[in-house]
Structure formats: C-alpha cells, structure tokens
Design a protein. Structure first.
Length: 351
C-alpha cells in the first residue's frame, strides 16, 4: 500500500463536470480483482466475454458490445460505422458531437453534421425534417443517420415514446438512429426505468454506452442493438481509430462492475438527487435564475458575472453562455448533501 501524500484535497468536490469525480470504490476493487496473472490481449479475455453477457441482459440477446477508451471514440466509431463516406448526421445544434468533440466526427469519421436549433436539446420528427432532405442530390451530403443524446447537453430527458417517434420517423426516411449515452444511466434513473425500454424497444440502432461520468476510471463502449446491422465492421474500425485497448480486460472489468449489478443505477440516482437538491436550494436565492428544467444531474442558471467569479475562487464550474451569464453546475455520483449545502452557502456569500 502506497503511503504517498495525495497531491489534492480528496474531500474537495467541485460542480464543473461529472468527469471531475474519482473512481467508485466498487470499480477500483473490480480492477484490483482483474489484476494479476495473464489474460489474452485485445479483447480475447474472459472479462470482455462476460461483458457481452451483461450487455445482452440490458439490451437484448441480439446486442453486441465493443469497449473503447472514451466517449468521443464511442461516438465517432458509432457514426462512422453507420454512414457511407458521403453520409451526414442530423443532430441538435447543442449536441456534444457538434460542440465539444473538436470536429472529430467530421475529420476522423469523415462525415458531415447537419445541425438543428432546439429549445431544449431534443430532436423531434419535425425538427429532423429541417435537415433530412436533398436525398439523391449529389451536391448535398446525404442524410443517413440521426443522433440524439440521452440525457441531452441541456440536461433534458427524452421519454421512451419521444425516442420511438424519432426512430420511427428516421427509419421511414431510411436513416439509422444513434444514441449518445454518455449519461444514459442518469436518464434511466430519472425515468425510473431500465436501459432497454428507451433504446432497443423503441428502435435505436446503436448506443454509445457511457461509464466514465458515472464512476468508471475510463471506460465507454459501442453497443450495436439492431441485429440486421451485424458488427458494422467494428473490429476493424475500432483498431483504425486507435480505440482498441491492448489490456482490454481492465476496460471491460470497469463496465462489468458498473452494469452487472445496480451500481450504474445507484450512482446515477445519487447524482440526480444532488442536482435536484441544488436546484431547489438556489431557486430561492435572489440573484439566481434557473434556466432549464432540472431532470437529471445538470443545473443551468444565470447569475451576476462578478458573483460567479467570486464563487469560482472556491469551486470550479463552467460558463455555458458567456453572453447571457448562464453557467452550468454538474453533480456527480460522489456529491453529498453537505457538498451541495456548502456550495449554496458559498454562492449566497458571493452574491
């Protein structure tokens, strides 16, 4: 056991991103349990095989899962596998693939994003039609997929029926459906449902399955749900895109620890509950206006810029819209009631 002194205060928690949180102790233990001895590299290990079984329990017997390093890799691989070289993806203007992945979908996957402004980050059949046109026109990138995010970048939730409407409309147009599930566990916990009910059962073809934001050290995956798609060339695309882990057992072990039992649900439920507590507390603070309905683990608010800067002397968080003074506060699996209450007290003092 190392006796080295930590380089940071392990009791300090910020509200900038759920990626700031550490690794859940149950996942750390799973990594330790997977260590020792030898296992075949590049995914031919017993942990990656077990993960396939776990994925099928969540998404159905037809599902296949491909662990990757990070969320950008999962999204790029998913879309690259679904699209021809001339293909385009219809997505919300606020989608992570459009705003926070540094053109990786375009430059690495070689596709075009066709974005649609949305009031709440969610697509509808009507909004999809704003970009799903020009089929057969050689001068226009051909719409070939729709990508939605659950939960969205604005913290909003799709219901299962809303996703079904999107999927049915997309499929009627000949488009595939990708779901960016970086915070898919938070969505399920907020909806009080399983993962399958708003993915496989309503027509989603491919899911980017999140792990890192919900307590993993660094583990994401591409889950192919539509059996008619086969493996979409994923063995080759994953290697080409530098997302094939040599010691795959340690990526798979994290996802097994998260999804084999109910850790994924427990962790997400805690994050959501702390966001609800934070929203309720700041809703009564003069000088703070909550701007989005709080449905999962994100709180968006507008406050005086100088006050926000004073608050940042104690807590990290990010601007969402500098022009309006809107900020985003994220809650993670390890936030406690004391963390939230201390943050709100600091906010009151800053104002």
């Amino acid at each position: 056991m190392s006796t080295a002194t930590p380089l940071h205060d392990p009791h300090r928690r910020h509200f900038a991103s759920d990626n700031y949180a550490g690794v859940h102790p149950e996942i750390l233990q799973a990594l330790a349990d997977a260590n020792g001895g030898h296992q075949v590299a590049y995914g031919e290990d017993v942990y990656t095989e077990r993960l396939q079984q776990v994925a099928r329990r969540h998404f159905g017997d037809q599902a296949g899962i491909w662990p990757v390093w990070n969320g950008t890799g999962a999204n790029v691989l998913s879309l690259q596998a679904l699209l021809p070289r001339w293909g385009a993806v219809v997505c919300a203007e606020t989608a992570h693939i459009n705003t926070d992945e540094n053109a990786a979908p375009e430059r690495v996957a070689g596709l075009k994003l066709l974005t649609v402004p949305t009031p709440d980050g969610k697509l509808t059949p009507e909004l999809i039609d704003r970009q799903a046109w020009g089929f057969g026109d050689e001068h226009r990138a051909q719409p070939a997929a729709v990508s939605i995010t659950q939960t969205t970048e604005l913290g909003s939730l799709y219901t299962a029926e809303q996703i079904r409407a999107v999927a049915e409309h997309a499929h009627a147009l000949g488009l595939m459906v990708h779901l960016d599930g970086s915070r898919i566990s938070n969505a399920a916990a907020a909806l009080g449902t399983d993962l399958r009910s708003f993915t496989t059962d309503v027509g989603v073809d491919v899911v980017s399955l999140g792990g890192t934001k919900n307590g993993a050290m660094g583990a994401e995956a591409v889950a192919i749900l539509n059996p008619e798609l086969g493996d979409l060339g994923m063995p080759f695309l994953r290697k080409m895109n530098m997302q094939l882990a040599s010691k795959m057992r340690f990526v798979a072990a994290q996802l097994i620890a998260l999804y084999e039992g109910d850790l994924w649900f427990r962790s997400a439920r805690q994050a959501n509950a702390m966001a609800a507590r934070l929203a309720a507390a700041v809703g009564g603070v003069e000088g703070v206006t909550v701007t989005q309905q709080v449905e999962a683990n994100a709180v968006f608010a507008v406050l005086d810029r100088a006050a926000a800067d004073r608050l940042r002397e104690q807590y990290r968080f990010y601007d969402w819209n500098q022009a309006t003074g809107e900020v985003r506060w994220m809650c993670a699996w390890d936030h406690t009631e004391d963390d939230v209450d201390s943050f709100v007290a600091a906010l009151r003092a800053a104002l």
